[in-house]
Ligand binder design. Structure first.
Ligand SMILES: NC(=O)c1ccc[n+]([C@@H]2O[C@H](COP(=O)([O-])OP(=O)(O)OC[C@H]3O[C@@H](n4cnc5c(N)ncnc54)[C@H](OP(=O)(O)O)[C@@H]3O)[C@@H](O)[C@H]2O)c1
Length: 322
């Protein structure tokens, strides 16, 4: 009972509560006016109900217990937070990252917090034959992947014509090719088993035009389009595809605390959305509202606003100012 109540007052259920309050207000004060106002109120109630019911069926991932999560880029940021969440819930982990020392430290940290199994694989997934080698290595270790988390994404801030050509290639290679090909290689087995979850870490930036981050934003837009299409193609197979679109993380230097969240918060939202089978998840209601509102703005204004935000942001690690 306590849990049902806490869910009712958490999350987006307040949208429904506001809708109900608005309807009541309409009925008392404006019974004959503003039919569109009624529509908005009812729409809000339905939206709130939808979120509430979703939270109720926010399945406990019991049927997957003991399954394996493969995390690309699990040594830091959102990827590391995902690793901690999977470890906490008793899943086995396979971590892939370039830096051997970081992998060792991360593995020890995850074992310290109670991970039942952590298999570190040191490799640069962006190398030409790395993904095929990874799949062979997984087979050799008898590992079946139930969760694929693609979190190794690069993003650099620069004027397009000043970005080094190699940096452009790195963006397209890691953010687009690696995610596409690895998912392609692992999906058939998931579909055969009738279960599996793919989560791509993208960015809220995918919904905006991207001056100063043109190549990065083009690649996360690619990830968004790919994930949405895949989610629909996978319907009915038992496998789902989700894209997590966080706003700037708190490690990024931004003067907008309203739109930033910690890597932990973003990963937790993503983690829940995997089990709900969501297609797109945008952590934080301000980010969600920003995306919703921006769809109605003219392109010129969206470009200016995006540029203002980009000028304000200089990520410390993920995005380095050139
Ligand atoms: N940071 C933000 O403010 C922010 C905002 C919105 C969205 N996001 C999204 O969040 C995701 C991850 O961001 P984060 O801040 O968590 O990143 P992060 O802390 O920099 O972690 C990135 C991970 O990717 C790996 N990686 C980086 N470059 C690589 C390369 N060239 N080849 C292979 N692996 C590489 C890193 O491990 P190794 O270097 O050891 O391999 C690390 O484990 C990205 O998808 C980004 O689009 C971030």
């Amino acid at each position: 009972m306590k849990e049902v109540f806490s869910r009712a007052v958490s999350g987006y259920s307040y949208v429904g509560a506001v809708g109900a309050a608005m309807t009541l207000y309409d009925l008392i004060w404006w019974p004959k006016f503003f039919p569109s106002w009624y529509l908005i109120s009812f729409w809000m109630i339905l939206l709130g109900l939808r979120f509430y019911l979703r939270q109720l069926v926010d399945s406990k991932p019991l049927h997957y217990r003991g399954a394996t999560a493969l995390i690309i880029g699990g040594t830091s940021g959102i990827g590391f937070e995902f690793a901690k969440l999977f470890a906490r819930d008793g899943y086995k982990l396979v971590l892939v990252a370039k830096d051997t020392k970081e992998l060792q430290v991360t593995t020890q940290e995850l074992q310290r917090i109670g991970a039942i199994s952590v298999e570190p694989i040191a490799m640069d997934p962006s190398q030409p034959t790395a993904l095929e080698e990874l799949v062979v290595e997984l087979k050799r270790r008898n590992i079946n992947v139930d969760f694929l988390i693609n979190s190794a994404i690069v993003g650099k801030k620069s004027l397009f014509w000043e970005m080094a050509p190699e940096a452009n290639e790195e963006h397209i290679n890691l953010n687009c090719r690696v995610v596409t090909q690895l998912t392609r290689l692992l999906l058939p087995d998931m579909i055969k088993l009738g279960r599996g979850k793919v989560l791509n870490v993208g960015s809220i930036a995918a919904f905006f035009p991207g001056p100063l981050f043109s190549v990065y934003i083009a690649t996360v837009s690619y990830l968004l389009a790919l994930s949405e299409a895949l989610a629909e193609e996978l319907r009915g197979t038992g496998v789902t595809c989700t894209i997590l679109c966080p706003g700037p993380l708190t490690k990024a230097q931004t003067k907008n605390p309203l739109i930033s969240s910690s890597a932990r918060e973003a990963a937790l939202e993503g983690y829940k959305s995997i089990f709900r089978g969501d297609t797109v998840t945008i952590p934080g209601w301000t980010n969600w509202a920003m995306v919703a509102v921006s769809q109605f703005l003219p392109l010129g204004l969206r470009l200016k606003l995006s540029k203002m935000l980009a000028l304000d942001i200089s990520f410390q690690t993920m995005v380095q100012s050139e």
